[in-house]
Design a protein around this ligand. Structure first.
Ligand SMILES: Cc1ncc(COP(=O)(O)O)c(C=O)c1O
Length: 413
């Protein structure tokens, strides 16, 4: 257990000491980093683990017979076990390492999707999807003639499960849906989504790029066919993502990329493929990144997801309170079940200008489309600002953001 959370405490200042970058001054001011939904900062435990992997146990994996090859393979495969435990997968062979969540979704669309989805077949997405969980399905629309249907949200950003269910029909071949919206923060009741889809024999992919960071994930309890997430938002390195897939699917799916490691035998006139997960990990995998992700999972586990969620929820509620006091702000997303993300716009100011101005006060927020253009269109805007919270953020940082926004408002009014 992390010393910061002993005896029921949540010593956020102690947690912050684990993240060297948070001490970086920005324009001579202390950094307030609220761009965590885009990518989170890394604790020393992860940085040290990466360093150790490169300095003490580095070689290519699975191929060598020498000491370092074995050490690297063991560390890489032990990271797979950590991910399997993190998601409560039934077996570690259900965990495929990818470059990121985007590649995990593409893998499913290109293999599982392309095999099953023909002209006129339907794919149901939610209107909240990130482009990573839209574009690969658009490829199937463009190339195979598939039809995409969009499950709506209400004005507050609540996911409308009964409206979603009405979209499921005899031609629905796939549901691909986010666990938690990266703009609204809305949490989707994925277990119920899976229940209703499976009742009609429809497989479900969950985009857990945000969900895996903030919510408990038990893929067996949820019952999903696929779950994708990305390491860099979970305090791990870039260049590593995860696809969980039910073993029966992974075993039946054709491979994605071709190359070394994913084959069993190659002849001049034929090839045979390896077993999952290696069938989907062509070429040299992101070895050290996977090991770093394992360390990030250990780090999060040492604090405890429930404690982190309680802390972040408190920050998010406080941020709503403070931002509501600023009369020219419109907040997007007040769903009943909502994670630690607050999107907003300021009347009369472009979000890029707002973000640039508050950056001079040391406050880092995101501004732009957040890769959710269909969702922005739903709310009639082309961009928003977004503050997103992590386990190391504090109430005083929320105050710093609010003060910077008040100054920006005064400039624009
Ligand atoms: C909900 C959601 N899905 C997918 C992604 C894509 O993650 P990556 O760029 O690491 O593949 C993101 C990243 O912002 C996201 O927020």
């Amino acid at each position: 257990m992390h010393p910061a959370v002993k005896n029921g405490a949540y010593d956020v200042e102690r947690i912050r000491e684990d993240f060297p970058i948070l001490a970086t001054p920005v324009y001579g001011k202390p950094l307030v980093y609220l761009d965590n939904a885009a990518s989170a900062q890394k604790p020393k435990a992860v940085l040290d683990r990466l360093q150790h992997a490169y300095t003490a146990e580095y070689a290519n994996v699975h191929r060598g017979l020498h000491y370092l090859a074995n050490a690297a393979t063991e560390a890489y495969e032990s990271a797979r076990e950590k991910v399997a435990a993190f998601l409560n997968a039934g077996r570690k062979e259900e965990i495929v390492f990818t470059r990121n969540a985007t590649e995990a979704v593409n893998l499913v669309a290109y293999t599982f999707g392309r095999e099953r989805i023909k002209a006129g077949d339907e794919i149901v997405l939610s209107i909240m999807e990130h482009h990573s969980n839209i574009v690969p399905w658009h490829f199937l629309r463009e190339r195979q003639g598939a039809v995409i249907k969009w499950a709506p949200v209400d004005d507050e950003g609540n996911f409308l499960i009964d409206e979603f269910e009405k979209l499921l029909g005899p031609r629905t071949k796939m549901v691909a849906i986010t666990h938690m919206s990266n703009m609204l923060g809305t949490v989707v009741p994925v277990k119920e989504v899976v229940r209703r889809a499976h009742a009609r024999g429809i497989p479900v992919l969950i985009d857990g790029a945000q969900g895996a960071v903030h919510l408990d994930v038990d893929v067996q309890d949820i019952g999903c066919d696929f779950y994708a997430f990305t390491g860099h938002k979970l305090y791990g390195p870039t260049g590593i993502g995860v696809l969980y897939g039910k073993h029966e699917h992974l075993a039946a799916m054709p491979p994605f990329n071709g190359g070394g490691e994913m084959i069993r035998e190659v002849f001049e006139d034929r090839i045979t493929y390896g077993e999952p997960p290696h069938k989907f990990e062509a070429g040299t995998p992101p070895i050290v990144q996977a090991i770093g992700l394992g360390a990030a999972i250990d780090y999060v586990g040492s604090i405890g997801k429930a404690r982190i969620r309680a802390h972040e929820t408190e920050l998010r509620k406080y941020a709503h309170e403070r931002l509501r006091e600023i009369n020219s702000l419109r907040i997007f997303g007040t769903a009943r079940d909502k994670g630690a993300i607050v999107s907003f716009e300021m009347k009369g100011a472009h979000p890029h200008d707002v973000a640039t101005i508050i950056d001079r006060a040391g406050v880092a927020v995101r501004a732009g489309t957040h890769c959710v253009m269909p969702l922005l269109a739903r709310y009639g805007v082309t961009a928003t600002c977004r503050a997103s919270f992590a386990l190391y953020n504090t109430r005083s940082e929320v105050d710093r953001m609010a003060e910077a926004l008040i100054k920006a408002r005064d400039l624009f009014s």
